[in-house]
Design a protein around this ligand. Sequence first.
Ligand code: AQP
Length: 321
Amino acid sequence: MSVRHRAFSGVQPTGRLHLGNYLGALKPWVTHQDARENIFCVVDLHALTVPEAVDPRQLAAGSRQIAALFLAAGIDPERSSVFIQSHVREHSELAWVLNCVTPLGWLERMTQFKAKSEGRDSVGTGLLDYPVLQAADILLYDTDVVPVGEDQKQHIELARDVALRFNHLFGEVLKPPAISLPPVGARVMGLDDPTVKMSKSIGESRPNHLVGMLDDPKRIRKVLMKAVTDSGCAYAPEVASPGVVNLMGILSALTSEPVDSVAARFEGRGYGYLKAEVADAVVAELEPVQARYARFMDDPAELDAVLKRSTDRVRGIAGAT
Ligand code: AQP
């Protein structure tokens, strides 16, 4: 009998989930759901690392909403575990143990820490320590593979290094994990500025930056039709501008049509045609997700039951570690 690889991944309950979160994480989780044993976590403790962005009255409700979105996206709770990080205390406990073996210099080098701490008067220790808590999340479950977007590559490499260092000091205890990136959609760029990653925090102040997973079709179409491109009409991926490459990547990730084929099909036509087709594909993909989300939110008892079953299941693994 073949042993199935175990996958672990998480999403922070901060802001509204967007197309980048969906194509970089949720959709690939669903695609590979049968091939792996899956543990998916709403990482609410990670959200505390930027405390000024957290409304304590909203955190629990926001975490449930993200869990409902996992399910609405197609995660089947019979085949995959879906739970909230702070409900399993071993995440914090292992993070402390791992803190004690992680050199400070490793954390100071993390590009996400540098970007998120830049220009701030005061930075909480939690922001620096974020990747160690993430390593604990992963290593707690003997994870083989971590399906994430490209922005998480450095953090997953750090989790590997922490596991290897721990094992070097104390013997073979922790399994060094591998990263799994989707072939397209691993880095969805901002629609108003395709040189930066689509990001929840930027989306809060710039309305045309992102498409939210729960946005209505009218808004989705409006934002995509306004997406920044260029004044030409070049589609070949090696010469197309970043905005066009981004739109073709979104279409390819949604329809599985290779980017080269998308480029060939649109050659000689204006970008408006590409934008309209991307908008149709995004609406067609998200409408059923939104309908299922509404059903989960209408049935809090069912959502609670799913979360409890998963929490009980993963606690067994976490406790053993
Ligand atoms: N633009 C993206 N393209 C592809 N994948 C992405 N992910 C995030 N942005 C993109 C992936 O989504 C998963 C959840 O990540 P998270 O909850 O940690 O979200 P985040 O990285 O905090 O998301 P943002 O939007 O980038 O938030 P801020 O603005 O707070 O930094 C991960 O697998 C991530 O790779």
